[in-house]
Design a protein around this ligand. Sequence first.
Ligand SMILES: [Zn+2]
Length: 351
Amino acid sequence: MQKSIERIAGDSEGHSYEFPVFRFQGTDKAAPSAYLQAALHAGELPGVVAIDALMPMLEKAEAEGRIKGSITVVPQANPIGRAQYHFGEHQGRFHLGTRTNFNRGFPLLAAPDVELLPDTTLGTADQRLKTRLLQLSIGHDIVLDLHCDDEGLAYLYVHASLWPAMADCAAAMGVDAVILWDEDTDGTFEGASITPYLNLPAEVARFDRRVATTVEYRGILDVDGALAGADAEGLYRLLVARGVVQDQALSTPGSFTGLVAPLENIDMMPAPRAGAVLYKVKPGDRVAEGALLATIVHAPGEAGGRTQLFAPQAGIILTRRSRRIIRAGEGLLKLVGDRKSADARSGTLED
Ligand SMILES: [Zn+2]
């Protein structure tokens, strides 16, 4: 395993960012290669601790000559966001200098060719970081971007072209749900990882062995040793199932039994009022149409000071907010409905 340090020039002289990259050299050129990164949204740490638990497993496999395909690991992909504190609160989702989401604005290339990447020398530091992360990942058959939600189930975003071919990966990782999307216009990292292959002939794009996914490892507070160990085992099982790592002791994953739904089935439930949230449901709950989801206390102690929110259709609660203060219009929770939602929009993932 080789460690190298990446340096990203900052937005002023004398200022730069750095992050480590770990590379395992595969012994079989025909084996698929894998790229794993975590904490692109810099405060989302379940994936970081999962990688921390995964590394000894990979080092053991390497010592035993079982790394077949090359593996690149970036445990903390966003040193810019990691350093952002604003009035004492960590801010890892948006670049404070440009107000741009760290998981938007990745270049959507016409082909998987690093020569097509834009020159960001005169751009901003976050653009330079995005270009570099894409450059590090392009060419790998398997690209995993580890995130988490506010509070949520473990779930994957997967481009429709990779499903159901990726069902073995979902089963290996042991996630609860898979959300399928079809078009990225915003430039998420996942979108930038799969879009270059969409217009290639099938025999070149190789969707049968390609993996690109945003992994949502539950909620922001689910940074936990036992979960990290289980998630590391899930990542390892995926690498074994796809032939990146050899491990005869592992059985092949069974079929995926979790929830699979298109993005258009998601109801992003906006808060009808601003106030304090009293949730009636939590991630994983199955709700009937018309079930009470939450009450907003917007005028405490007053008659009519509470507003209730009901399920527009039957489905499963995927996520909810971790904070209990909400403003009107802000998303309270994500409900994966059994049918297309009334405000259905197909398109890009929501992370
Ligand atoms: Zn995220």
